[in-house]
Write a protein that binds this ligand. Sequence first.
Ligand code: DGJ
Length: 745
Amino acid sequence: MSRPLLVDTHLYYYYSHKGYMCCLFLCTIMSSVIHSEEKRIWVLNTRKMSYAIGVAEDSSLLNLYWGSKLDDPRYYVPPEIASFVPFESPIGRSNEEYPAWGGIRYAEPCLKAEFHDGVRDCLLQFESYAEDNAHGGHHLALNLKDPFYRLRVKLHYEIFDEYDLIRRWAEVINDATDPMKLEQSLSAIWYLPRGRDWRLTHLAGRWGGETRIEQEVLAPGKKVIESRRGNTSHQANPFFLVDKGGANQSTGEVWFGCIAWSGSWKIVAEQTPYEQLRVAGGINDFDFSWHMAPGEKFVTPRFLGGYSESGFGSASRELHRFQRDKVLPKGFARQLRPILYNSWEATGFNVDEKGQMKLANIAASLGVELFVVDDGWFKGRENDQAGLGDWVEDPKKFPSGFKPLIDHVNSLGMMFGLWVEPEMVNPNSGLYKMHPDWVYHFPTRPRSEMRNQLILNICEGRAREYVFKSLDRLLTENNIQFIKWDMNRHFSEPGWPQAPRENQREIWVRHVEAVYEIVDRLRSRHPDVLFECCSGGGGRIDLGAMERFDQFWTSDNTDAFDRLFIQEGFSLAYAPKTMVAWVTDSPNWLTNRSIPLEYRFHVAMMGTLGIGGDLTKWNERDMEVAKRLVSIYKRIQPIVQEGDLYRLLSPRQGDVSAVEYVTNDAREAVLFVFTHLQRFRTPPPRIRLAGLTPEWRYSINSTEPGIYGKALMGHGITPKLASSSLDRSMTGDLQSTLYHLVKTQ
Ligand code: DGJ
């Protein structure tokens, strides 16, 4: 066994019912990992969670436990392979930590490979381990190898003690002198405590209706949530949460995870006949294969997993804190996101210097901090049928380039931002005419268009360089401080005819890596530029994107009522400061629903506030309301963007919904309340707040004297909404209110 790095080896004492006694086995301890050499067990500990792994006699690596804190190897019996049962696989019933397909195994594997001689049977046995602090959290690596072929797998575990999270990934290494083929290589598999009737919570939807919360009880068999579309997708999101059905926002055990990957992915929740619940996930193996030359390694995306005994709310808050502290790009991670204006819903493709200046004047008068020109600014872009790929200012729309507009925007005290869609090309563009072979395609098949566009094959160096240089030029020549990076179609005909046959199915991974690489290079050359990730709204929301993009465009659906549902699901997994929400015009362009302006603002103020309406049409009252609410947002911005979020009432469960944000020191909070349908004389519910300090008093919207936190959390408040009032101005559906609470003493 190799020597662990930086490990303090000593005799470990523990308490037994007979008093303190010397442990019979030698343990190594390094902050969050406790290792028993004798039992061959590692226990990974955070504040409130433990995760245990052990080596069985036949050198299989087995998972022993994941759940509430059981932090010592003495709590675990030495790992054993399950007994024989007719027609079953003993190893399959044994919670293998990284199952490779081979031998008697029928459940979802993490690894499937073919060796150079055609053998498709893998066997992974424990070889060695090492610990260090190299990756930002405490890190354990467990090395496995095939006893015959020179295939090695390194399993990585980063332990984030103060967040109750573990981040896992795998590295597959071909040490042989022959190539081999990877057909599946997931990031990790998680085992839940043995039992049935697990409830899965996940995020699903469609364009205009992303990240909606779905729940179902898992029956025997597999429940697969996935994207085969080449990006994260609107339809499903790489996040899962499971509980025994009894958890709610503040109580009950929950286990959850997120994959950091912006391409095709899958999560397989498999309930076996022997009451195992296995949740495996990573890059989708559909149409995937990876040619591994001798000496090459394949590194999977990282799969973050967590556990909480305090329900959904605490799971979300840990994820949010972790994302703000450890995931978001460092430059802006702790900075507040600016209030932006985006012209898309106002002008569509009719973008020009004069019109944008006019909008900029009004936006600045409202208190907007960042002015963004969306689609329509580049050569030939009169509509969605042309221009993608030709990333130069349209001389008809911007005769002197961007300079006059940017100078104007800057002179109004705002930053300037620009929309791009770098991975795409319209067949009707200069780029496509010059390089029709630069798109994914199969030579004998049609090139299916979506929104009249094809996808650039940025696995190829020339196309990738073209994209990088086009964006680099824009950022170098202009004072652009914000980029909205869009992607408006999913993959089809994913052919890469220029590549050797054995590499062609790698595009699913290489494309995503190329996007990451371009953004990373741009960020390092232009560190003061903020990046927003968009894919026709929320089609690319995941932790891989969050490592390089500072925020997400949540959905093209800006109907504030629909947004309550989309934003609720978003907040389950992702931090509110990354959730961009615009106030747009009424009736809404998608739903034709009319919603009061205050309500539209209140909904958008629950994330990073944006305005996206046609300001030239807003009347005096609209302007007055908007100015007032923008200035209120500026006061509550740190609470919403950096605070702890509590989902108090779900829009899925009644006519009133409520969300609260509390600063980390609990000195301030903000509560948003929304009614959907008014029911005559039905009193609104009392809303019990959360996260306050019981013995402190809080003023509500500057009213003195304050109310004790204990009372606000125990007894709650009755929101002032339509049905609570006889005041005719308060009647009607879709009412909203906002309370700002401040500690008074
Ligand atoms: C889709 C985005 O989600 C919209 O906000 C807008 O940028 C359009 N694309 C522009 O084509």
